[in-house]
Design a protein around this ligand. Structure first.
Ligand code: KG4
Ligand code: ZN
Length: 355
């Protein structure tokens, strides 16, 4: 990094760009922890009529929105491009056409302004969101300090459900992952089945608040204590079979079904996370990804970890779902390690963590 750089005194300023799915996002983060700006332009309303993300539409809307979103992030941060120390962009996993919009813009900006460029794994971004928790803490899930280098990570989003041992930043060991649907995907599919709309997570969460989580006993797959893989397709099928037998529920029955489904997902996530922490002797847990926006799941994880004397780091709700601040944070740590991407950086639909 250029030592004569005007921002050297104030710390590393990195612009993050995220366009892997249906959020067009840009953010400026300082020193990998302090959010200077965080702009998220959601396409949810565009995809809602289709009950899911339409890749073609996503790419088109990213193209329309990405430049204004980046301009807004810079203006909110009170910065111009030449004042930055680097640009971080999500390079995968995600929808390839959507990813390409962010990658191409990041490459152009890095080239024109001679800034270091780093392609970031979206999943690493989700894990780094826990480093962005406000200091001083503003809620029970935020600690006064960031997570320790070695910790267990629970990543639960629309495309992934996994438990990982993070030995240090960038060194990951996969302990378990879903064998079929991701937890977020299960929320979305159940919501679709009940004709509730898209995305399913927040809608089911809202309805579940009025329901009885013990009304229906849905299956909890792979119950063995040392089994760290997940499976949510059996749970989804149980909901399908119930709807076939009894019809699409309304009113209190609908709320009870949502609460019981959410409880089944929650139980499995909490139980396996605690088992993994015990097996790995991990003193701290980072939990992140869109599904961790769910208050019931956040609460259950907080209660269980407190009881087991484990430290828990969960980002604020707005940083659990897709955003670019987490990409900027991950990118800053990679740039610090002297990693750079070339102008041949490409988008990758599939990209395992640690690559
Ligand atoms: O991390 P994310 O924003 O995007 C991906 O990388 O996939 O996660 C989106 C997923 C969707 O499946 C959505 O239904 C789920 O997270 N989600 C929730 C909640 N908010 C979002 N699931 C349960 N409860 C929520 N409040
Ligand atoms: Zn995500």
């Amino acid at each position: 990094m250029n030592e004569q750089h005007p921002s050297a005194a104030s710390g590393e300023l990195v612009l993050g760009i995220e366009s892997s799915c249906d959020e067009t996002a840009a953010a400026v983060v300082q020193n990998a922890v302090r959010i200077r700006s965080n702009v998220v332009s959601s396409q949810v309303a565009i995809h809602r009529p289709y009950g899911g993300v339409v890749p073609e539409l996503a790419s088109r809307h990213h193209l329309q929105n990405i430049v204004p979103v980046v301009e807004q992030a810079l203006s909110d941060a009170g910065l111009t491009l030449p004042e930055l120390d680097g640009i971080a962009v999500t390079r995968g996993p995600g929808l390839v056409g959507a990813l390409l919009v962010g990658v191409q813009l990041a490459k152009s900006l890095a080239y024109v302004h001679k800034l270091p460029l780093i392609g970031v794994n979206h999943l690493e971004g989700h894990l780094c969101a826990a480093r962005l928790a406000p200091r001083p803490p503003t809620g029970p899930l935020q600690q006064a300090h960031g997570p320790p280098d070695r910790h267990l990570a629970l990543l639960v989003s629309g495309g992934h459900t996994a438990l990982l041992m993070v030995e240090q930043f960038g060194r990951y060991r996969l302990l378990g992952a879903t064998r079929d649907d991701a937890a977020g995907e299960a929320f979305d599919k159940v919501a679709k089945l009940l004709s509730l709309g898209y995305p399913g997570g927040p809608i089911i969460e809202g309805l579940a608040e009025q329901g009885d989580p013990n009304a229906i006993r849905f299956p909890r797959a792979l119950p063995r204590r040392d089994e760290l893989d997940f499976s949510f397709s059996g749970l989804k099928t149980a909901v399908v079979n119930r709807v076939r037998r009894h019809g699409v529920p309304q009113g209190q029955e609908q709320a009870d079904l949502c609460a019981s489904f959410q409880q089944a997902v929650c139980d499995v996530l909490v139980r396996k996370t605690l088992a993994a922490a015990r097996l790995q002797r991990a003193p701290a847990i980072v939990a992140s990804g869109g599904v961790l926006a769910n208050k019931a799941i956040r609460g259950a994880l907080a209660a269980a970890t407190t009881e087991s004397n484990l430290e828990l780091f969960v980002p604020p709700v707005a940083l659990c779902t897709d955003n670019a601040a987490m990409i900027a944070a991950a990118g800053t740590l990679r740039l610090r390690a002297n990693e750079r991407s070339g102008l041949d950086l490409n988008a990758q639909a599939r990209l395992p963590l640690g690559v």
